[in-house]
Design a protein around this ligand. Structure first.
Ligand code: KIV
Ligand code: ZN
Length: 524
């Protein structure tokens, strides 16, 4: 172990790489820069900013993040081939502290994909890690699917990577298969048995398929790992990754039995969690640990009574520890511009004067329809304002639906398409179906609706609904979301937003268009 403090655990955030890989979570360039800045400010040690070979967009984002980062090490991902590694270096080399992360799948299932024998793969690992180390003195190597790799082979390839110059060895539980006891044991045995293990940092990278990612990561630390790989809100493919906020808060709250610490400023957690939820389109589940809407809410009479007498009866951490402010001023139609500015600042949004004016108009329109405008309403409004300017070929101009017990339900819709208003009436099985049919009549397309989800932003019959829509066509995925007190209007806008984004993505060609178009099997 090369660190000076043996109890310091490095936090490696991969929201912008592994997190962004989850279907539909694609972020814009500006959004990636913003999230990277927030990660840097909160004290994350290493930011995996993307997969530079995957697309021009990924390359540009990683390069820009590398230039802007103040303290964090900036890392890029590369498969086990020289082209990927060179491209990765071109992007990260601008950072004050750059890192190349190269990987290859070492389990029997993953070895079969590039059709390499064990010896051929071992040679490939030696050559690619050596190549990376010749470019950069900070190299991370990962045997993908390590937890399903034969023990002897895992030991052998880890030793090769260390000898070739890797400075961090990451042990991924790629499919979320391991369990805490096994996770601790695996790292402990690798450190004990692999020659040279004491000279590198071992990292843990856990997926959450069995809901054990956070427990597995902490167990790996108990086994000797000193870097945890994680994402904000646990964003990531399938069931996601270890959630940054969970490991960091667990280490803070249970320092008595887990004597390891991180450099993360936990008071910045809530803000970044909200921003990631907004820009990725992946809402945080209400009962999610630490960052869920209900994580600090006390509903039952007994709990409320206990809380009023002594908050510690039902809270093991204070809301302020994760950056939740208790001064919850509710905004309404009499609130002015200054109050709105200050409220938005508390929620993590600093607006220029013209943006504030625009937001104020939207806020007033909502306040006219809704008695009280809560924090969540404002976050939803902000999200809807942050549209990709210039990419909106289609806009919802007018919608009226007829619904009720008498079928068929119908929608009278006007869309502005490429600057021209077009009107149609369509029927369907319910008002939302009728509305989506109307969009299809006005703008025929092949996209398939993969997800349609409604959440109430706050309580009450006048609450805004946030609608999430995910569309898929030719392997390209795009999400849209919108909030309105009228659920059908929110649905129409969310659908049209997803469609606009999909059109942009379909207009580009692989592999430049989207990181999800790239295949991990391409090692050569
Ligand atoms: O889960 C995984 O194995 C990965 C690797 C690319 C490190 O994300
Ligand atoms: Zn992963």
């Amino acid at each position: 172990m090369t660190q000076t403090d043996p109890n310091r655990v490095l936090i490696f955030d991969t929201t912008l790489r592994d997190g962004e890989q989850s279907p539909g979570a694609t972020m814009t360039h500006e959004e990636k820069l913003e999230i990277a800045q927030l990660l840097d400010e909160m004290g994350v040690d290493i930011i995996e900013a993307g997969f530079p070979i995957a697309s021009e967009g990924d390359f540009a984002a990683v390069s820009e993040i590398a230039k802007q980062a103040q303290t964090a090490t900036i890392c890029g991902l590369a498969r086990a081939n020289f082209k990927d590694i060179d491209r990765c270096w071109e992007a990260v080399k601008h950072a004050r502290s750059p890192r190349i992360h190269t990987f290859i799948g070492t389990s029997p299932l993953h070895r079969a994909i590039p059709n390499l024998t064990m010896d051929e793969m071992a040679d490939r690992i030696h050559d690619t890690v050596t190549h990376a180390r010749n470019l950069c003195d900070n190299v991370q190597w990962s045997p993908m699917d390590a937890t399903r790799t034969e023990w002897d082979y895992l030991k052998r390839v880890v030793e090769i990577a260390i000898k070739a110059g890797a400075t961090t060895i990451n042990i991924p539980d790629t499919v979320g298969y391991t369990a805490p006891v096994e996770s601790a044991d695996l790292i402990r045995r690798l450190i004990a048995e692999v020659p040279g293990a004491d000279d590198v940092i071992f990292a843990t990278h856990c997926h959450n398929d069995l809901g054990m990612a956070t427990a597995n990561s902490l167990a790996a630390v108990a086994g000797g790992a000193r870097q945890i790989e994680c994402t904000i809100n646990g964003l990531g493919e399938r069931a996601g990754n270890t959630a940054l906020e969970e490991v960091v808060m667990a280490l803070k709250v249970r320092h008595d039995i887990m004597p390891w610490s991180t450099g993360v400023d936990t008071t910045k957690i809530m803000n970044i969690s909200r921003r990631v939820a907004t820009v990725s389109g992946f809402a945080v589940q209400y009962n999610k640990a630490i960052v869920g809407k209900n994580a600090f809410a006390h509903e039952s009479g007994i709990h409320q009574d206990g809380m009023l007498k002594n908050a510690e009866t039902f809270e093991i951490m204070r809301p302020a520890d994760v950056g939740l402010t208790e001064t919850n001023i509710v905004m309404g139609k009499h609130s002015g511009r200054a109050a709105l500015r200050s409220k938005l600042k508390n929620l993590g949004y600093e607006l220029a004067d013209n943006q504030l004016n625009d937001m104020f108009v939207r806020f007033k329109a909502l306040a006219d329809r809704k008695k009280e405008v809560f924090d969540e309403d404002l976050v939803a409004l902000m999200r809807d304002t942050a549209v990709e300017v210039g990419n909106e070929r289609i806009q919802v101009k007018f919608l009226r639906v007829i619904c009720g017990t008498e079928a068929p339900q119908s929608a009278d819709l006007t869309l502005t398409i490429d600057g021209k208003d077009e009107q149609v009436t369509a029927t369907g099985d319910g008002p939302v179906d009728a509305t989506f049919n109307a969009v299809k009549k006005l703008f025929p397309h092949e996209a398939v609706l993969q997800l349609y989800q409604i959440n109430a932003v706050t309580e009450g019959t006048d609450a805004q609904a946030t609608v999430h829509v995910r569309l898929e066509q030719d392997g390209r995925i795009a999400t849209g979301q919108s909030s309105d007190t009228d659920t059908v209007v929110a649905s129409a806008k969310a659908y049209v937003t997803a469609l606009n984004r999909l059109l942009v993505r379909l207009g580009k060609t692989a592999p430049d268009a989207d990181v999800k178009g790239i295949s991990y099997k391409d090692v050569g």
